[in-house]
Design a protein around this ligand. Structure first.
Ligand code: MG
Length: 250
């Protein structure tokens, strides 16, 4: 069932989103050679707890941390720990907060020191593909209009679009209906209605779309070892322009 949020619920979700974005930026600001991924996790936790919220990912399905931290050919769900970030790494951070029972969820990829031109382009294309998708996040469009816009932008530039993991509805649960794939033909799926809240999250690779899960049971990496990037916001469909809820300024 797709839930339509009331104005009151959206106010709370905006707060959850602001906290999620602040946590993402706090962790992202620390990305540099020599820093451990655990330090990023601690920074995000601190921001979330100080705001009176809870880390949404901690304990979710048994996940042991507040952020997912995925480096280079890792796409999503990397577990923070003692690993030190190296010069030239690209670090995808995914973090969510739950505030008064409502979830925010967002992600971005950050470069450590000087990164390659290939990595820079991948990050730029991944971020922009989100903005191509959100152009279709409007009343009356269908979910797959967003999906198609994301894929068309990336694939026409030679990038791979991960298929096994997708965006999602969000609200009182982190993952609600509908699924929001980053691929597929336009004109399918539920029609977008004001008050629908969804997380759009392109996971893009510099190679193929195939991925595999590492033996830790969590970390998803590209099957061909190519670099991957991730970008995500929680948004709400309105009568007009969609609103990004995971925005510090919002
Ligand atoms: Mg998500």
């Amino acid at each position: 069932m797709i839930t339509i949020k009331s104005t009151h619920e959206l106010k709370i979700m905006q707060k959850a989103g602001q906290i999620s974005q602040a946590a993402l930026l706090a962790a992202g600001d620390l990305v540099a050679p020599g820093v451990t991924t655990r330090e990023l996790d601690e920074a995000a936790r601190k921001v979330i707890r100080k705001a009176g919220a809870k880390p949404a990912f901690l304990g979710y399905g048994g996940f042991p941390a507040a952020i997912c931290c995925s480096i280079n050919d890792e796409v999503i769900h990397g577990i923070p720990g003692r690993r030190k970030i190296k010069e030239g790494d690209i670090v995808s951070i995914d973090v969510g907060a739950v505030y008064e029972g409502y979830y925010g969820d967002n992600a971005a990829t950050f470069g450590a020191g000087n990164i390659s031109e290939e990595a820079r382009k991948l990050i730029d294309v991944t971020r922009q593909s989100f903005y191509e998708g959100i152009k279709f996040a409007r009343k009356g469009q269908r979910i797959s209009d967003i999906s198609h816009a994301v894929a068309a932008y990336c694939e026409s530039r030679g990038y791979g679009v991960v298929r096994e993991y997708v965006g999602h509805g969000i609200g009182t649960k982190m993952h609600e209906e509908p699924e929001v794939p980053n691929f597929g033909a336009p004109g399918h799926g539920p029609r977008l209605t004001p008050g629908m809240t969804i997380a759009i999250e392109p996971m893009i690779t510099a190679g193929g779309w195939q991925v595999k899960v590492l033996p830790d049971g969590w970390t998803v990496k590209t099957a061909d070892g190519s670099l991957a990037a991730h970008f995500e916001h929680t948004i709400v469909i309105t009568e007009g322009e969609p609103i990004i809820l995971t925005s510090v300024g919002g």
